[in-house]
Design a binder for this molecule. Structure first.
Ligand SMILES: [Zn+2]
Ligand SMILES: [Zn+2]
Length: 711
């Protein structure tokens, strides 16, 4: 028998599958088996993509695999991994990496010795009679098997084993991920509202094969979407199917994860990168063997090895974290639809702020009211033109009121650090990153100026190196500076900061959120992290600063992003009996997306946004593919992008560029963007052209990054 094996190497040029002869000892190997194979003089991991009766190669050229790993990939996930590679212009090896058991080849099952009574053993007949230690061990085993380490004397145990009274064997020991305690949720166990019941009925019908299988649960913040997910997962389990629940980021969604655990117990497995390698391996195996039937996790969990998949839930489907940054740059929402199609499963995407793509394509289930019947909070737009300082008069007054009444507020500013950039007052020098063409951001507490793109850091300058002046100006405000200002304003109330600087270490995000939750009063300030999924019932004020900052970037998704950010933050306020209000500060408070967000009008925003996209032929009315060429020296990256443009001249697509991008991490960059109606034809054209050019001598030293559906 011949195994077609895709070796998991990083080289783009080495592409399988390659044939290996299977010896009799590896007779159990099939599609999805993970093998260690000899390859180009090394031992590498490879995945079997198919079996064949014979090879085109002469027998003497065929090598044999060295060994097969215990855990194998389900065959349908081999197909999904290869599909993802093709769909996102990556290599088969990188696509298969996504579906591999975590730590494959490195992490093994943890085993320990377990003892149990031998069947038909008769201790009373033992000659010579048993000693007291041996009798104690037998007594301890009367109730069932026990780990050998808990049984005291090892010598006594071994002698019992020799006398045939006890069996000692190796058993797998599961490494359990630690679970953070999260308090019971107010919504647990409540009777469903009419809207929840109606939504659930449609989902159940879809599970039973009636009606549309791609659904969008559009529910305002506080409408009880999680309760519907729980009901949908329960319905899938009742039908003998399994379920995947995708969440934006595990650290930011402890409440959601905890609710699934409370409802379904140990049949829930959690898969995410913050787990230890052993824990991840064991959780993956539990899913693979069908011991766990529900998987909760971030985007990578879309590749979880569940058999009989019936449902994929995508919570907060608007969240950008569903798109992977590095190669393959897959979008878990797109992969989820493909996987559901393969498995005959239902896709349920839920959010208060749907993406135009989902709004247009998916069948909508509407939940327009909060479960408690409370109104959404009123949103005020505050114009900042001509206002000095970071806070508008009205915002100051509102925060003052929060202080006086001992309440809670959330303040969002999507900019880290103390101030945006530093200049010299005498010669106008701007401090920029030596590796990227961007300005350095001041982080006062650490005493550094840092690049937010490459991580470069240097001490805060005392004087200008160009002219010697000690008069330096700081421009703009970030979350660090805002934290200081707010601390003064609302003292003695505590201020908690949540951004990637303040919440660096493992578990730090959860600790900040838990402290804010536990405090009777206070202010949570931070980046977009503060607008994600948390439910604090006692927040009475939400503030967004510089809400239209994102609109000043040339990105066709800027409006969609801004709308979602403002509407999501607004939804964090006023969930308790005291009600709440929201203030949105902006330079241009009249901007379309802000006006719609202030009215909580997602449908109105989406209708206009889709009209605009149709006019400009932007997604969902077309597909974009972005190719970035980069290299050390200026010149070749642009030549490469131009060559790509020429190579694609015949393709049925609009070509934008090449355009130079700012230098990043010491690399010069240029990009070419394709806008096409036929996605698969465009992807195939780009894949072919990039592979040809990347392999040519002319463009040596240039790296090529392809991003299908760039965000
Ligand atoms: Zn100067
Ligand atoms: Zn940099």
């Amino acid at each position: 028998m011949i195994a077609k094996v895709e070796p998991l190497t990083t080289a783009r040029a080495l592409r399988g599958p390659f044939d290996y002869r299977l010896p009799a000892s590896l007779a159990g190997v099939g599609k999805g088996s993970v093998l260690v194979v000899p390859f180009a003089g090394r031992r590498v991991l490879g995945v079997v993509t198919a079996l064949a009766e014979r090879s085109e190669l002469p027998p003497e050229k065929l090598a044999e695999p060295i060994e097969a790993l215990e855990a194998s990939v389900p065959p349908e996930l081999v197909d999904l991994g290869l599909w993802t590679a093709r769909e996102y212009c990556s290599t088969p090896a990188r696509g298969l990496q996504l579906v591999l058991p975590p730590g494959a080849g490195r992490v093994r099952a943890k085993r320990r010795l377990v003892a149990e009574l031998a069947p038909d053993a008769d201790p009373d007949a033992a000659r010579p009679p048993l000693g007291p230690r041996q009798r104690a061990i037998l007594a301890a085993l009367a109730d069932g098997p026990r780990p050998a380490a808990e049984l005291g004397s090892h010598a006594a145990l071994r002698s019992l084993e020799r006398r045939g009274l006890v069996v000692v064997r190796h058993a797998e020991q599961r490494r359990r991920p630690a679970q953070r305690a999260v308090g019971a949720h107010a919504a647990d166990g409540l009777e469903l509202t009419g809207a929840q019941r109606a939504a659930l009925a449609e989902i159940v019908a879809a599970l039973d094969g009636r009606g549309e299988r791609r659904l969008l649960l559009h529910g305002v913040t506080g409408s009880g979407k999680t309760e519907v997910y729980l009901g949908a997962v329960a319905a899938a389990l009742e039908r003998g199917r399994s379920a995947i629940v995708l969440v934006p980021e595990i650290a930011l969604t402890p409440q959601t994860v905890a609710r699934f655990r409370r409802r379904f117990g140990d049949t829930v497995a959690v898969l995410h990168s913050k787990l230890g390698a052993g824990e991840r391996h064991d959780e993956w195996l539990r899913l693979r063997r069908g011991e766990a039937r529900v998987c909760v996790g971030p985007r990578s969990a879309v590749f979880a090895p569940l058999p009989d998949l019936g449902l994929i839930v995508i919570d907060e489907e608007h969240d950008p974290s569903y798109k992977q940054d590095g190669d393959p740059r897959y979008d878990a929402r797109h992969v989820a639809e493909r996987r559901a199609e393969q498995a005959g499963a239902v896709v349920l995407a839920g959010t208060a702020t749907p993406r135009p793509e989902s709004w247009q394509r998916l069948r909508r289930l509407e939940m327009p009211q909060r479960v408690d019947g409370r109104a959404l909070p009123p949103v005020e737009l505050a114009g900042m033109a001509g206002v000095a300082g970071a806070l508008h008069e009205r915002t100051r007054e509102a925060l003052e009121e929060v202080r006086r009444r001992g309440e809670k507020a959330i303040v969002l500013l999507n900019r880290r650090g103390w101030s945006n950039f530093l200049t010299c007052r005498s010669c106008a020098r701007v401090w920029t990153c030596p590796s990227c063409d961007v300005s350095l951001v001041l982080h006062r507490a650490e005493g550094v100026v840092a690049c937010h793109h490459c991580g470069h850091r240097e001490p805060v300058p005392q004087a200008c190196p160009d002219c010697g002046s000690v008069s330096l100006a700081r421009h703009g405000a970030g979350t660090e500076r805002l934290e200081h200002e707010l601390a003064e304003l609302v003292a003695p109330l505590p201020v908690f900061r949540l951004d990637s600087d303040a919440a660096a270490g493992r578990g730090a995000i959860g600790r900040v959120l838990a402290r804010f939750d536990a405090a009777p009063a206070g202010v949570l300030v931070g980046t977009q992290m503060v607008a994600k999924g948390h439910d604090f019932p006692d927040v009475t004020l939400g503030v967004v600063l510089d809400a239209d900052a994102t609109l000043r970037f040339p990105d066709f998704r800027a409006e969609e992003r801004t709308f979602a950010l403002v509407a999501q933050l607004a939804g964090r306020s006023g969930r308790g009996p005291r009600g709440g209000r929201v203030i949105v500060q902006a330079l241009q408070p009249g901007a379309r997306c802000l006006r719609h967000a202030a009215r909580h009008d997602a449908a109105g925003f989406l209708a206009e946004e889709l009209e605009r996209r149709a006019l400009l032929a932007y997604p969902p009315f077309s597909h974009l593919i972005r190719v970035v060429c980069a290299c050390e020296e200026p010149g070749p990256e642009l030549a490469a992008a131009e060559a790509l443009r020429d190579a694609l001249a015949g393709a049925d697509a609009e070509l934008l560029g090449p355009a130079p991008l700012f230098r990043l991490k010491g690399r010069e960059r240029a990009q070419l963007v394709l806008k096409a109606r036929d996605r698969s034809a465009a992807v195939a054209a780009v894949r072919g052209a990039v592979e040809r050019l990347a392999g040519s001598r002319e463009h040596r030293g240039v790296s090529w990054a392809v991003d299908v559906d760039p965000q």
